[in-house]
Ligand binder design. Structure first.
Ligand code: ADP
Ligand code: MG
Length: 621
């Protein structure tokens, strides 16, 4: 019998191979956008007609191609991105297989116009079903414009298999989102049937997400940042209360490449464990940066799946980073989905803008100056962030008379009918509404305050913890703090292990205002402490901190910072049993509601409850 094996003609081989690369118009969009990015473009325009069935065009201002390269780019396995197999492990480009243009040209009408900046004249090529129809010199801007028309014109079966325009456009928009999210440093625009659907300027990552998904997204995002030796994680997760019924907004990018990974998705899901309503999915926009040698992106022809060398470590790191973010921004407590929205702003000034407490550094601050109280402050004195001169009176007032008044606040005749004007409101008073509300302290433990809907009862110890905690966190992250120097260095003795713990937290402690002159095996010598941390409290604070660390070993810098802030807040917060003056009470109420997450203490305990007039009325039926 005669030999029957023969080589397929190129155009047939190309058509078959095209099936792998190009399933639908969105695949063309992906390949062309990625080529533009690989070419170093800073501005990329995508033009679509009929959901890409008639036209997909990408115009970029990247490096362009020479005349020869323009022709070669349509050959199978023609790529400028790798030269040998080893390069596969050092990839920092999107493409590398050199198949996309060859495949696309096999199944569509393609027009390429391209010019390099160094050349005066560019080149144009038209090609259909792998046949070059023309190649000529033309005048064209720097960069590349590729138009892909009449997709699958020569494979009717494939063309008939395409879904409705709505579905195909959805796929295109998904690809556009993925690419645009991975590259906020590139400006993108997209036109669909002649009208502009996206215009995304160069921006930071949060802004890019907001520009794509709408302004409302901004408030939903919780930042995630973790930098370890094997992995850098940055990006955002969506707050649990905004979780969606569909899995739409879930994005992993590894070294700027969108990937799908059920395994890593599971890591996120487990970080949200217990926080989501059943049947909903958290959103995330996370960038993972890893050494390219530790991943293999070659296992999938369209490259949305990759293989990691050490998936288990990635899983653990990712899960803990997301958990810490959710914890640090105190998302967990907002899990009461049925909660009354009016609780968010307990006073009746929802329309007014809150005065964000500013961090202002008084560079002339001199702890040795006479008028600055250098004497040991009272244990409960607030660690304050606001050093504006005019404000000092109010924070100092907060603690006036702490020792003198003990249990005289249960005198109801004194309080019941009293109305006081609030001066230290956290809200702007622009609208001239005179604000009156009353607070009083119950059993030296709770502060009761009137609010429009009824009343609010606040736990003073937990509320103050929340206030201090957010202040400390801010200081540690901003790395700007106020230290008061001690006249004589404070020497504290610890075990070797304890000193080791202090060493790991030294940087963060310094960010809050501590200064160490030496940290030996068993001796800690302190020359400065945060302003308003009394010297007498220092050893208690450090001991508390050490025991907190021992009980909850932080596995990342993130949680160590958080733990330090929590621990110090716990040590310094006003205790249950302390009586507070009226203005101290009001100040605390205002401070609490200036916090990001006033509803709970740093350890997720409720800080206040409210009772509406309606509820009270019911009790009097
Ligand atoms: P790959 O991207 O895998 O290398 P492609 O078929 O997508 O393969 O592209 C082939 C080659 O054509 C690329 O390696 C690149 O050199 C060149 N090329 C494609 N698109 C562009 C573009 N927009 N700007 C500059 N060069 C391009
Ligand atoms: Mg490519």
């Amino acid at each position: 019998m005669a030999d029957i094996i023969q080589l397929l003609p190129d155009h047939v081989a190309n058509q078959i191979a095209a099936g792998e690369v190009v399933q639908r118009p969105a695949s063309v969009v992906k390949e062309l956008l990625e080529n533009a990015i690989d070419a170093g473009a800073l501005n990329i325009k995508l033009i679509i007609k009929d959901a890409g069935k008639t036209l997909v065009q990408v115009i970029d201002n990247g490096k362009g191609m020479s005349v020869t390269d323009a022709r070669l780019s349509f050959e199978r396995h023609a790529t400028s991105k790798i030269k040998n197999a080893d390069d596969l492990f050092l990839l920092n480009t999107k493409g590398f297989r050199g198949e996309a243009l060859a495949s696309i040209a096999a199944i569509a009408h393609v027009e390429l116009k391209t010019k390099q900046a160094k050349d005066d004249i560019g080149s144009s090529i038209t090609i259909a079903g792998s046949e070059v129809e023309s190649q000529e010199a033309i005048v064209t801007p720097n960069g590349t414009a590729i138009a892909v028309k009449n997709l699958f014109f020569n494979i009717p079966a494939r063309r008939n298999f395409l879904k409705s325009n709505t579905v195909e456009l959805r796929h295109i928009v998904d690809e556009f989102h993925r690419v645009a999210l991975a590259h906020p440093d590139i400006s993108f625009s997209m036109f669909n049937n002649g009208s502009e659907s996206y215009n995304l300027p160069v921006s930071n990552y949060r802004q890019r997400i907001v520009n794509i998904f709408g302004n409302k997204t901004n408030e939903k995002l919780v930042p995630v940042d973790e930098d370890t030796e094997v992995l850098k994680i940055s990006g955002f997760v969506g707050k649990p209360e905004y979780a969606k019924k569909t899995r739409g907004e879930q994005y992993f990018f590894v070294n700027n490449r969108f990937i799908k990974s059920a395994y890593l998705n599971h890591a996120i899901a487990s970080a949200f464990d217990g926080l989501l309503k059943s049947g909903t999915h958290a959103s995330y926009f996370l960038n993972l940066t890893v050494n390219p040698q530790t991943i293999d992106i070659n296992i999938h022809p369209t490259k949305t799946e990759i293989k990691f060398d050490d998936e288990h470590t990635l899983y653990a790191l990712l899960r803990s980073a997301v958990k810490h973010s959710l914890g640090q921004f105190n998302i967990a407590p907002v899990l009461d989905f049925e909660r009354d929205a009016t609780l968010d702003t307990p006073y009746d000034y929802k329309a007014l803008k809150p005065n964000t407490p500013g961090v202002e550094v008084d560079r002339s601050f001199n702890p040795f100056k006479e008028e600055t109280p250098f004497s040991t402050p009272k244990p409960s004195q607030s660690y304050t962030t606001n050093y504006k001169k005019e404000d000092t009176a109010s924070w100092e007032n907060l603690y006036v008379g702490l020792e003198t008044k003990e249990n005289d606040h249960l005198d109801f005749s004194n309080i019941e009918f009293e109305k006081e004007e609030s001066t230290a409101s956290i809200f702007n008073d622009d609208n001239q509404v005179e604000q009156k509300h009353t607070t009083y302290q119950l059993h030296n433990k709770y502060i009761v305050s009137t609010i429009k809907s009824g009343m609010l009862i606040m736990d003073q110890h937990r509320a103050h913890q929340r206030v201090l905690y957010e202040d400390f966190l801010k200081h540690i992250t901003v790395k700007e703090s106020f230290s008061q120097q001690l006249l004589f260095p404070l020497q504290l003795h610890f075990t070797t292990q304890e000193v080791a713990i202090i060493k790991t937290l030294k940087d963060d402690l310094e960010s809050t205002g501590f200064a160490f002159s030496s940290l030996t095996d068993t001796l800690v010598e302190i020359t400065g402490v945060p302003v308003s941390v009394p010297e007498s409290e220092v050893s208690i604070i450090l001991e508390q901190l050490i025991s907190d660390v021992e009980n909850d070993v932080p596995d990342s810098h993130f949680s160590a910072t958080d733990l330090l802030a929590k621990s110090m807040a716990k040590s310094l917060a006003i205790k249950t049993g302390q009586s507070l003056e009226k203005d101290e009470q009001e100040h605390l109420v205002n401070k609490l509601f200036a916090c990001k997450e006033p509803n709970v203490s740093p350890t997720n305990r409720v800080t206040f409850v409210t009772m509406s007039v309606d509820e009270l009325d019911k009790k009097f039926i």
